[in-house]
Design a binder for this molecule. Sequence first.
Ligand SMILES: Cc1cc2nc3c(=O)[nH]c(=O)nc-3n(C[C@H](O)[C@H](O)[C@H](O)COP(=O)(O)O)c2cc1C
Length: 211
Amino acid sequence: MTTPNHPLRVPVQQGPVYADLDLADLGAAEGRVSALVVHESSFGNTRTIAMAVAEGVAAALEGDASVALAAANRVEPEMTQSVRMLLVGAPTHAFALPRQSTREDAVRQGATGPVMSGVREWIGTLPVRSRDAMAATFDTRVELMRHLPGSAATSALKQLGRHGYRTVEHESFYVTGTPGPLLPGEEERAYAWGRRVATEMRAALAARTGR
Ligand SMILES: Cc1cc2nc3c(=O)[nH]c(=O)nc-3n(C[C@H](O)[C@H](O)[C@H](O)COP(=O)(O)O)c2cc1C
């Protein structure tokens, strides 16, 4: 994989981005975590994008708040209570969020990601918010299918809206084929997207709370 051009400011796990926390780690960070990037990935491309998004979010928040990055099947839903900004990403499967059958399909094509549970199931178990938290979503999808409607990100954003989140926007990042790789420049675009969306979310939250 090529080295991303966006500045990876800190080695993940040591700086403001807490990468791939297990439940105990996230518990320890609870109260401090105000931005959370949650992902699902079968072949690893969405995970790469999620890391770049998290770095962008951390850059936008400039140390004001901590940013956590974790796979959906490793975050207990109750631990999102202290989160004000939620960014969720998944690969597009069959024009929507993956489900168990499509994940199994991916594994038959060589994927190593989890099969039983991911973003779809995780959002379904989230406590309902009272518009006090904001959400944005992203996905990866095949470039040749760019013009077809329906994506994991649009499905996830709708689902989060039904769970009481203030939904901001969704974005797609592109792979050349089902297993990847990402198109050149997509990590940099994800970093810039995370940075911009977090800046907008912070301004909106500050306007609402007066700080
Ligand atoms: C079962 C299955 C269904 C898919 N359906 C779509 C689709 O509807 N549209 C699309 O653009 N890509 C589709 N893809 C390609 C995935 O979006 C691609 O594998 C994914 O972006 C790679 O991300 P990952 O490495 O995080 O798994 C599909 C892939 C699989 C395995």
